[in-house]
Write a protein that binds this ligand. Structure first.
Ligand code: SAM
Length: 291
């Protein structure tokens, strides 16, 4: 079979397709379609897709990036919530025999099972220009539900890309930074201005690649327990760690137990959670679990 050549990814073709189907943009679905071939090339090359790969695309829109993915991968599963886009996708992807369109909410799809069925449980690559209103639940779902992953290459809001990459001492540092850095190595691929999309988003965007670690960079006795500490610490980030953790509904440590743990670790009693690195949250969990 001759691989078809992607033809979407520019304003004229995008407008043509939208008009042909009288498509109306749904704001609630975060629909900003890519209209820049340089950005598409950059995403595809940084995702390092080969003919062996099974790729999951979240939110294919009118199929612009899907055409590129299908040209490089063995198989693509494209999950789109908006049923108005399905006839469009059937048209724009009609010539590609290696694409399956799934009309579902990605948060309700069992991606682990999909990888099991379509890729024999081997790690998949996720590539997406994400709908920004659910970026965090999508990323956390991929990690926490233990979907077999090799990498995630995604377009996100610039500010979210910053949050994923920073450490303590900046205002962007928080629970998302720690979760991402526990599971993956984040690499900034490119900053992308609003004029590369139709319609233009109000915020700047960035492509980020998350390379899944085979083994997390820290050893922790109770993974869920450490994430509960992280959530509690950042829920009340201006409070001391002692107060935010002892106030938390999710945790059951007394103030005395927590104070004792801080002492064991040699940390000041007035320390704030936002000052702790991933290694330090792991150390705190290990001391608290070791009681
Ligand atoms: N990939 C296309 C592109 O780059 O031109 C579209 C990207 S657009 C930013 C996000 C896409 O995700 C839209 O097509 C939107 O309908 C879809 N979407 C929004 N929420 C979704 C959800 N919960 N599950 C699956 N797709 C969703």
């Amino acid at each position: 079979m001759n691989t078809p050549v992607p033809y979407l990814g520019n304003p004229q073709k995008t407008i043509e397709v939208l008009q042909k189907y009288k498509f109306v943009f749904q704001k609630r679905y975060g629909q900003n379609f890519l209209i820049d071939t340089h950005v598409l090339d950059k995403i595809i090359s940084s995702a390092q897709i080969t003919k062996d790969d099974f790729v999951v695309e979240i939110g294919p829109g009118i199929g612009t990036m899907t055409q590129y993915l299908a040209s490089s991968a063995r198989q693509v599963a494209a999950i789109e919530i908006d049923k108005a886009l399905i006839p469009i996708l059937e048209d724009t992807l009609g010539e590609y025999e290696n694409v399956e369109i799934i009309n579902e909410d990605v948060l309700k799809v069992d991606l682990r099972r999909l990888a099991e069925e379509k890729n024999q449980g081997r790690p998949v690559k996720v590539v997406a220009n994400l709908p920004y209103y659910i970026t965090t639940p999508i990323i956390m779902g991929l990690f926490e539900k233990h979907v077999p992953l090799e990498s995630i290459t995604i377009m996100v809001q610039k500010e979210v890309a910053d949050r994923m990459r920073v450490g303590p001492g900046t205002k962007d540092y928080g629970a998302l930074s720690l979760a991402v850095q526990y599971y993956a190595e984040p690499l900034l691929v490119a900053n992308v201005p609003p004029n590369c999309f139709m319609p233009r988003p109000r915020v700047g965007s960035a492509v980020i690649r998350l390379n899944r670690y085979e083994k997390p960079p820290v050893e922790v006795k109770n993974e869920a327990g450490m994430f509960a500490l992280i959530r509690a610490a950042f829920n009340q980030r201006r409070k001391t760690l002692l107060n935010s953790l002892s106030n938390s509904q999710e945790l059951s440590f007394t103030k005395e137990e927590l104070a004792e743990a801080l002492e064991k670790l040699g940390w000041p009693q007035g320390i704030r959670g936002e000052a702790l690195t991933l290694e330090e949250f792991a150390a705190l969990n290990n001391v608290l679990e070791g009681k």
